[in-house]
Structure formats: C-alpha cells, structure tokens
Design a protein around this ligand. Structure first.
Ligand code: HEM
Length: 219
C-alpha cells in the first residue's frame, strides 16, 4: 500500500470510529437520566446540566475534527475550514471545562479522576496552542497542535472501545475503568507526538519557494 493510500485508509478508520461513537453516545443527550448506566445514574441525575453540556460540546468536536484534516476541503473551502475550526474549538473549550468538572468526580476513584482531569487540561492547552499558532499563521505548528488535540478528542472513542473489548474478554468494569481512563488517551498522545513532531520538523526545514504546501493527511 502506498503512503498516500495508507493515510486515506487511516483517515477512513478514524472517521468511521468517531462517527460511530458519536451516534452511540447521542442517546445521552436527553433529559431522561433513566437511560444512563446504573453506575453513573445517581451522579448524572445530580449534575444533569453539566453532563448534557459536556455531551453536546464534546460530541460536536468529535464529529467536526476529522473533516478539518482533509487537505482538499481546506484548499477549496477555506472559509468552511475556519467556521468549522471555531465550532470545533468551542466544543473543546466547553467540553474540556465540563470534562474537568466531571473528571474531578469521576467513577473509579483517584486513579480515574487524575486521568480525566489531566486529559481535560491537556485538551484545553493543546486547543489553545492550535488557535494561537493559526492566528500567527504558523501553519506547520498549527497542524501539529491540532493532531495532538484531536488525539485527545479521540480518547473518547478508545475509552469505549477498550471498555467494551475488555468486558467482552471477561474483565469486570470496576477493575478496568480506572486504568482505561489512562489507556484511552496516553497511547494516542504518544502516537500523535511521533506524527506531529515529524510534521513540525518538516515545516521548520528550509523549503524552496516553488515547493507545494504539505498537508496533514497528505504528506
Ligand atoms: C478529552 C476530554 C474529555 C474528558 C476529560 C472527558 C471526561 C468525562 C467524564 C469524567 C465523564 C463522566 C464519567 C464518570 O463519571 O466516570 C464523561 C462522560 C461523558 N463523555 Fe466525556 N470526556 C472527554 C471527551 C469526550 C468526548 C470527545 C466525547 C464525545 C463522544 C465525550 C462524551 C461523553 C458522554 C456522552 C458522556 C456521558 C455518557 C457516558 O458516561 O459515556 N467526552 N466524560
């Protein structure tokens, strides 16, 4: 498989999993807390506005994110890229602040609470860096920060993939939840760092004026 095809394949898998997770979690956007898992119901009942705000904002970021990485969409519809970018960042800001609040009282004790609070903080910080570099027109760095940021957004997907897989393999929810709270995003961030570091290095290397502009999912 050529590198270009591999990137397209990776984008398709990532987008499919993100949309699938969004569709599956949309059911939480309701005023009926009866649909929540009994483990979480009592807490969600007490903090319904927070969990609903978190769900709407974070799902919006999850759905918008993949399309921001498409080079042809950015090239042809730069205004759309900017509008979606602002909506995505609003999702990160609101989802991150509410994620931190939910994280501080998360199921799974101190181990899970620490994982969610660090994840929310990094989500907000990488989002800030992505906006800042875009405003300064440091596009290579902007791309690298967006990769790191979406790797954290994608933690919501991996959390659910690991929870379902490990429970299917016979592990109890109570045992795995605190560890999955870390496992959902740390490997994503390491993978993102490898990719983002390469893009950032390439962006800061001197290029001839005639060279084509590189893309996130396009070399
Ligand atoms: C990246 C930062 C995020 C953090 C720190 C975070 C944190 C949390 C926490 C702590 C909870 C409550 C779980 C508990 O009480 O143990 C929660 C629930 C939830 N989150 Fe997030 N979240 C993040 C991103 C996302 C994203 C991107 C989505 C998109 C699907 C999402 C969707 C939801 C939904 C729908 C719930 C309620 C239903 C459920 O428990 O599955 N979150 N989140």
């Amino acid at each position: 498989m050529t590198p270009a095809r591999l990137r397209s394949f990776g984008w398709c898998v990532m987008t499919y999993l993100a949309l699938l997770t969004a569709v599956k979690t949309l059911k939480f956007i309701t005023l009926n807390t009866g649909i929540f898992d009994p483990v979480f119901r009592g807490k969600y009942d007490l903090h319904l506005p927070v969990i609903l705000t978190h769900g709407v904002a974070a799902i919006a970021a999850l759905v918008i994110g993949p399309f921001q990485f498409l080079p042809w969409l950015r090239r042809k519809f730069i205004t759309l890229h900017r509008v979606l970018g602002r909506l995505y960042m609003l999702g990160v800001l609101v989802g991150g602040v509410t994620g931190f609040v939910m994280g501080a009282m998360a199921h799974g004790g101190l181990i899970a609470q620490t994982a969610f609070c660090i994840m929310a903080t990094l989500w907000l910080l990488t989002g800030y860096r992505a906006i800042d570099t875009a405003r300064r027109r440091r596009i290579g760095e902007h791309r690298a920060w967006m990769i790191r940021n979406y790797a954290l957004t994608f933690g919501a997907v991996m959390l659910r993939v690991y929870l379902e897989t490990l429970q299917y393999a016979g592990f109890s929810f109570e045992t795995i939840y605190p560890w999955v709270a870390w496992g959902a995003w740390v490997p994503n961030l390491i993978a993102a760092e490898l990719l983002a570091g390469r893009i950032q290095r390439r962006a800061s290397a001197p290029v001839p004026a005639s060279a084509p502009v590189p893309h996130l999912f396009g070399g």
